[in-house]
Design a protein around this ligand. Sequence first.
Ligand SMILES: *Cc1c(COP(=O)(O)O)cnc(C)c1O
Length: 464
Amino acid sequence: MTIQEKLSRLPSVDECLKSPFGRKWLQSFARKTVLRAVREIIDSKRKEILHGASPDVTLEALSHNIDASIKKLSAYKLRPLINATGIVIHTNLGRSILSERAIDHIIETARSYSNLEYDISSGRRGKRYSNIKDIIRELTGAEDAVVVNNNAAAVLLCLETFAKGKEVIVSRGELVEIGGSFRIPEVMKASGAILREVGTTNKTHLPDYENALCGDTALLLKVHQSNYKVIGFTEEVPIEKLVKLGKEYKIPVIADLGSGCMIDLEKYGVYGEPTVQHVVSTGADIVTFSGDKLLGGPQAGLIIGKEKLIAKIQKNPMLRAMRIDKMTLASLEATFMQYLDEEKAMKEIPTLKMLTQSEGEIKRRAKRIASSLRKEISGHAEIGVIADESQAGGGSLPEISFPTFAVSLKPLKISVNELEKRLRLGEPHVIARIKDDTLIMDARTIQDEEAKILAGCVKNAFVL
Ligand SMILES: *Cc1c(COP(=O)(O)O)cnc(C)c1O
């Protein structure tokens, strides 16, 4: 058959659309998507023919390719995946997953009109933040609260409100970078505040702050070191002393806590993270923290503290540009409500649950996954359960190791890199890591529902 004859056998776009396959696609998918897929597949077959190949170009054969292409084109780009890295607050994987209560509250708020900025008792316009203020005050002991998009915005807004064109004193040991795009000196610059560094990388003393005070000082800022730790010959000024100094000179003290832990995790064997309540109780004027780190809620930036100062922030027009939407507000409110019962919060807020679950529980999950894997892929890989360490992630608790258990896979017929890639590209995607030529799937961050389907995902990766 000549190339011309082969080309003439290719069905037209119209023929494809009018076929039973085409009618079915048009019923379930957007016309634009179907057209694009049909054109793409016909085009690729044409190219194959021009290169001398003889592909099967019956409608039946093309329909498989078109089907796959339509599915790919209509799939969401933002998609769920299985986090087998063991990093609980994984910024690249969406940080905290939300509690069922938070999800329910988002859904009901999204489905109907709400009193987002409406005061039901007076029938007048209300404030966006008043619905969440009371619960935050009750839980943290702060006088007032306002919420913005994320903690970076919270810090920026505070600096802009109180220190534009004035000096902010910060210890050199706290000029941190968090996740690349948030660097204290740069945020300071963007806000128009002037950074006044004091002390050294490893040691800063109270007189360092005191000596830097001048007529231009607007704020004393304390930043949680988050993702790094200075160890050895070190000293930092505790927030209590900074607050005392601030009171003496009438300079407000802001503590950027980063994580925003609401429960004293020492009871659960996790040391070294100050609670929001503690920092508020020291008398710090403003405390800021993230909604989606240790709090376990949605992306948000909490600004809590003295009523007078919060009122000033509420008047800053930049607040409008950083305001949070109703769905975030709904999920934040639900998450905070869960903290009214600490025991329940530990069980129902996924971030807290994953961080504090017992080694026994993690081990059982890892064993369950390993045994279902043995049924599915024995002969393809050496399967084991190993002790390992997970991380909190999200710049939280960097120096704390969380003993964990992981399923290890040593593939026999393909490379470990190939296995990692196939799992990552699979459906659903599984994100695992490689350690010493072995694929490691940490059971800490694998949810129970996911554990049930994981063996299937791994099997698909091997039979590709
Ligand atoms: C994480 C963090 C931030 C940034 O918070 P986002 O919610 O990611 O914007 C700022 N400061 C500290 C100390 C942090 O740990």
